[in-house]
Ligand binder design. Structure first.
Ligand SMILES: [Zn+2]
Length: 193
């Protein structure tokens, strides 16, 4: 990681390993991120990767200068306060105030990446909730595709469907611009000039 960060990498990509999300390994990655001033992307998946999302706030508190970007099934399932941790793609209505909702609200260094079927599902399972969620976390959410973008449309391209969902459900064009580009550019320190 240090080798590629010295060569100019702007972030630490997806951490997707079978460890506790508050394990010594994750704290070590966070220390590297802090030294280089870059964010870390984490894949949360129940009983598979980055276990124990209910304890992730302790990592955010220990590394307040490191931006963490959450994604995947367990990250997005936990927008719902009533989330069943064993369900990876819940289709039920959302009760706001889940673990993810609280981490985004309470910690300035927590962000969310809307990529793949899990991010898309979080928007489509309850569009009324999604409208409010995009509004309240408009400075914390980032578009990602994580699919075969060569398709560019249709069922297999979750990225195209996510673009359409953000454009339909966000409260204004300004918020769309932040979620599709501005927030990621800021956190990854990509010049937009
Ligand atoms: Zn992932």
């Amino acid at each position: 990681m240090e080798k590629v960060l010295r060569a100019g990498a702007t972030g630490i990509g997806e951490q997707k390993f079978p460890v506790d999300c508050d394990s010594p390994a994750i704290h070590m990655v966070a220390e590297v991120a802090e030294a280089f001033g870059v964010p870390v992307l984490l894949h949360f998946q129940h009983e598979t990767y980055n276990l124990g999302i209910e304890r992730f706030h302790t990592v955010l508190e220990k590394h307040p200068r490191v931006p963490f970007i959450g994604h995947a099934q367990t990250w997005w399932g936990n927008i719902d306060r009533n989330h069943d941790q064993t369900v990876l793609y819940p289709k039920t209505k959302v009760t706001a105030g889940g673990i993810t909702d609280r981490l985004l609200a309470d910690y300035p260094n927590m962000y969310g990446d809307l990529s793949a079927g899990s991010g898309l599902n979080s928007l489509l399972r309850d569009e009324e909730h999604a409208r409010a969620f995009l509004e309240r976390h408009q400075d914390k959410l980032m578009y990602g595709s994580d699919c075969d973008d060569r398709a560019g449309e249709g069922e297999k391209c979750s990225g195209a469907q996510c673009l359409a969902a953000v454009r339909r459900l966000a409260p204004s064009k300004e918020v769309v611009a932040k979620i599709l580009h501005g927030n990621a550019a800021r956190v990854l320190k990509i010049s937009t000039a």
